[in-house]
Design a protein around this ligand. Structure first.
Ligand SMILES: Nc1nc2c(c(=O)[nH]1)N[C@H]1C(S)=C(S)[C@@H](COP(=O)(O)O)O[C@H]1N2
Ligand SMILES: [Mo]
Length: 201
């Protein structure tokens, strides 16, 4: 579903005052796909997830090892910088807190990286404290490749470009290192409630 259109079925904008950040509209039942390049298709037996960088020891999970971790269900509103928001999206996966639980680090920043080369930077504090997940289901079904399957990052309190699709790992860093869109002039943090769309906002 790459068609970007406003949904007129279901939830009306008037029914959800206070849930749309400034400048956003409700995409309704549509779920636009925004990808800067081709959709990778990495087989699960060649997939793993890595936590690396400023860590005491690199951590790596195969798909099977990831599946053995405690799973969380999350229902959240998501906000794309191109102005659509989608309310009550339902995902499941693994809290980043779980992945970082026994990691010793002095890092204050992180860079998420993906198959295909996409990167996005975040303050480590935006990935911890129950605010971010590695998700592999959407709406009760395996996450489709277009939306980031087999697994993507989900950081719903920031604009959706921070939620890296086709996630393969997180690098913890001492310094802030801009990712793909941040290098092209998008805001370093991207808080939709402060309308931090572009650098300088
Ligand atoms: N790897 C990767 N992740 C990505 C992107 C991308 O191009 N590549 N686009 C980002 C942007 S700009 C948005 S708005 C969301 C879109 O997610 P969706 O296609 O599931 O709606 O993914 C984000 N994550
Ligand atoms: Mo986006």
């Amino acid at each position: 579903m790459a068609i970007v259109s406003r949904g007129f079925g279901g939830r009306r904008r008037q029914e959800t005052p206070g849930r749309l950040p400034p400048g956003q509209h409700d995409a309704g039942s549509t779920f636009p796909v925004l990808s800067a390049g081709p959709t990778p298709h990495t087989p699960l037996d060649r997939w793993d997830l890595t936590v690396q960088g400023l860590v005491d020891e690199v951590r790596r999970w195969t798909w099977a090892e990831l599946q053995a971790l405690p799973r969380e269900e999350v229902t959240v509103d998501i906000h794309c910088v191109t102005s659509w928001s989608k309310l009550d999206t339902r995902w499941s996966g693994f809290s980043v807190d779980t992945l970082l639980a026994d990691v010793r680090t002095t890092a204050e920043h992180a860079v998420a990286f993906s198959d295909g080369g996409y990167t996005t930077n975040l303050p480590l504090a935006d990935l911890t404290g129950g605010k971010a997940w590695v998700v592999d289901t959407y709406g009760g079904a395996p996450l489709t490749p277009e939306h980031g399957g087999p697994a993507r990052l989900l950081v719903p309190h920031l604009y959706l470009w921070k939620s890296a699709k086709w996630l393969r790992g997180i690098t913890l860093t001492a310094q802030d290192e801009p990712g793909f869109w941040e290098t092209f002039g998008y805001h370093d943090r991207g808080d939709p409630w402060r309308e931090q769309r572009y650098a300088g906002d």
